[in-house]
Design a protein around this ligand. Structure first.
Ligand SMILES: [Zn+2]
Length: 255
């Protein structure tokens, strides 16, 4: 466990050390991390330590977090920004981890002014300029469920939120075209919704049909975990994500 004093020291230094042994253990857990080149692994290790030094990852509902658990979460979160920068996770500091599904209380007012309270079990949640909330059970169980990854999902929402409410349109790089992004994502989204409506057994989680923000987050999971599935289904979207994340994960899984 990290004591508060050690934690503060690490925060001040901007980096929380993850020793080689623990790092190897965490990397070996996930096929999509094992597939990285030695250089990429080293870079991810460095980013992960800086992520741990700048974010506060805490357990909720009695969950006691270990260094290993924090590293498991941070390493996956940093995979998205491997070729971007830690600045993509700026403006918020907290990651809250529940032992399993959690029941957030969502209040909203409908058109008639009636206030509704929703309580639905969730595995992850990302707040605009606020925390990322995760179920440890879901975050730790990924190897058995390739193509589904709650950590990648919620951190993709965080990237989407860099320019406001999530809408599947994160801030693109200067050499990318907003029109092309919109066109490629919209036509893929429409095609996917038709398939889901038809009751097709899609290779991609049907939850992606919920709205364009979920489409981006779910496709980011597929992009990193089973990239060949995404490239087969929506090659143009694969290329857009590849340019946005500055990574080409299909090359990794072909080795
Ligand atoms: Zn989502």
């Amino acid at each position: 466990m990290w004591g508060l004093k050690a934690w503060r020291r690490r925060l001040t230094s901007g980096r929380a050390a993850v020793d080689e042994e623990l790092w190897e253990k965490v990397v070996s857990r996930f096929a999509f991390l094992r597939a990285l080149t030695p250089g990429e692994k080293r870079h991810l290790h460095d980013l992960t330590q800086r992520f741990l030094g700048s974010k506060q990852i805490s357990g909720a509902a009695g969950l006691q977090l270990t260094d290993e658990m924090r590293t498991v979460i941070a390493a996956q979160a940093c995979l998205l920004i491997l070729n971007l920068s830690l600045d993509y996770y700026q403006g918020w500091v907290e990651v809250i981890v529940y032992p399993g599904d959690f029941m957030p209380r969502h209040e909203y007012t409908d058109e008639d002014g009636v206030v509704h309270v929703e309580r639905e079990p969730m595995q992850g949640e990302a707040w605009l300029q606020g925390p990322v909330i995760l179920s440890w059970e879901a975050a730790a169980e990924l190897e058995n469920n390739l193509g589904v990854n709650v950590v990648i999902h919620e951190f993709a929402h965080k990237l989407d939120m860099l320019n406001g409410e999530p809408n599947g349109f994160p801030p693109l790089h200067d050499d990318m075209s907003r029109e092309a992004w919109l066109q490629d994502f919209t036509s893929a989204y429409q095609d996917f919704c038709v398939r889901v409506d038809r009751g097709e057994d899609t290779a991609i989680d049907p939850y992606a049909a919920e709205n364009p923000a979920e489409f981006f987050a779910v496709l980011s999971e597929v992009f990193f975990e089973t990239p060949q599935v995404l490239r087969r289904a929506y090659p143009k979207v694969y290329r857009q994500l590849s340019r946005f994340y500055c990574q080409d994960p299909v090359v990794r899984v072909m080795h």
